[in-house]
Design a protein around this ligand. Structure first.
Ligand SMILES: Cc1cc2nc3c(=O)[nH]c(=O)nc-3n(C[C@H](O)[C@H](O)[C@H](O)COP(=O)(O)O)c2cc1C
Length: 374
């Protein structure tokens, strides 16, 4: 299998990647006390530092933005200090690492809210998935509270503060979680946003929250350290839009004007956050569709094999490919791809929560192990 294009360096904003094999953001629910990253989390990322870029897992910009038990945050001094361990460990190995900044919005649960009330959303429309409590109990869906305009402004500011904290923690940049039915996506898509103010209605209005966050975060870090993740045609958590082609064409074009580090698109086939084990032949090919609309670096993700990922770069649909599940199971994915080695299988039962098992104990390949055919 030809893998040579993966090993051409890539300039992403102010960061040079030594290869185009990116580690996708992966929530693993293994942060320590106070949602602060630990030495174990640092080890996990250090093990994967040969990735051209690591995009560290979805990390809450505020307590209100939390939604998963034991997911990390980036809004307290302890969390910043915890993340510093991970960024130092990755940089010591010559790696590059961005942090994904996230707000769960309606996908959260009242047990995470400082006042114990319902979670927040653009409109009081619930997701289709049951939530988790803070102590990991699955619970029925709650009707979210509709954000007021001043509350929206506060959340925009919380993204900017979180970005400042991420830079202080040593990250090379930040990725805004505007995909997978998180709060920004809830504003974008009219199935979740039925507001009648300047944040709802027209595509321009529904994009306003994202645009304000991009501008506020860029003012802190410089736009070359900012990136955005989108999931056009994704349906995770019951998110949907009446005209996704029109919406996402507009969003991609708008993002093209900000001189970002990169745009990160999840393929529709991967909208169930890694539940698809097979490529669906009829899945829309977001990288192919939206590439002509975006001037800048594009990372494509979801259900790629090394082979199909390389083909996407070869066809110029993407500049780099993000791998999720393959990086969970293969800390040395880069060298396995380079040498054509067999890949470890992932164990879905250890994706979320738990200890080092299924986290930092996946084996590194023996360089003399047999080569994969093809
Ligand atoms: C365990 C797990 C956790 C994930 N957490 C996140 C996350 O925090 N943020 C995000 O944008 N996507 C998340 N995703 C989606 C992945 O980034 C990726 O898009 C998806 O796994 C498809 O890529 P793959 O086929 O290479 O695994 C997660 C997926 C899995 C399997």
């Amino acid at each position: 299998m030809n893998t040579s294009l993966f090993f051409q360096p890539l300039q992403l904003g102010s960061v040079t990647l030594s290869n185009r094999i990116v580690m996708a953001p992966l929530t693993r629910m293994r942060a320590g006390a106070g949602n602060a990253p630990t030495e174990r989390n640092a080890l996990y990322y250090a093990q994967r530092s040969s990735a051209g870029l690591i995009i560290a897992e979805g990390t809450a910009v505020s307590q209100q933005g939390q939604g998963y038990p034991n997911a990390p945050g980036i809004y307290t001094a302890e969390q910043v200090a915890g993340w510093r361990k991970a960024t130092d460990a990755v940089h010591e190995q010559g790696g590059r690492i961005f942090l994904q900044l996230a707000h769960n919005g309606r996908n959260s649960h009242s047990s995470f809210m400082p006042d114990g009330g319902a979670p927040f959303a653009p409109s009081p429309i619930p997701p289709s998935l049951p939530g988790f409590t803070r102590d990991a109990q699955k619970v029925p869906i709650e009707i979210p509270r509709e954000l007021t305009a001043p509350e929206i402004r506060e959340i925009v500011v919380s993204f900017a503060t979180a970005a400042r904290n991420a830079i202080d923690a040593g990250f090379d940049g930040v990725e805004l979680q505007a995909a997978n039915s998180h709060l920004i996506d809830q504003f974008l898509e009219d199935g979740a946003n039925q507001r009648t103010d300047r944040y709802g209605g027209s595509v321009k209005n529904r994009m306003r929250f994202l645009v304000e966050i991009v501008e506020a975060v860029s003012a802190v870090t410089g736009s070359q350290r900012v990136s955005v993740r989108l999931s056009p045609f994704g349906q995770y958590g019951g998110i949907r839009d009446s005209n996704p082609m029109r919406l996402f064409t507009s969003v991609v074009r708008e993002m093209s004007t900000y001189n970002l580090a990169y745009l990160h698109l999840i393929e529709g086939r991967g909208s169930e956050i890694g539940l698809a084990d097979e490529l669906h032949a009829d899945a829309l090919d977001n990288a192919r569709i939206f590439r002509p609309e975006y001037e800048g670096n594009l990372i494509s993700a979801a259900a790629y094999t090394p082979e199909t990922g390389h083909q996407a770069i070869e066809a110029r649909y993407a500049d780099a490919i993000a791998f999720g599940r393959l990086f969970i199971a293969n800390p040395d994915l880069v060298s396995r791809i380079e040498k054509g080695l067999t890949l470890n299988a992932y164990d879905r039962s250890t994706f979320y929560g738990g200890d080092e098992h299924g986290y930092t104990d996946y084996p590194i390949a023996n360089p003399s192990s047999p080569r994969e055919k093809g």
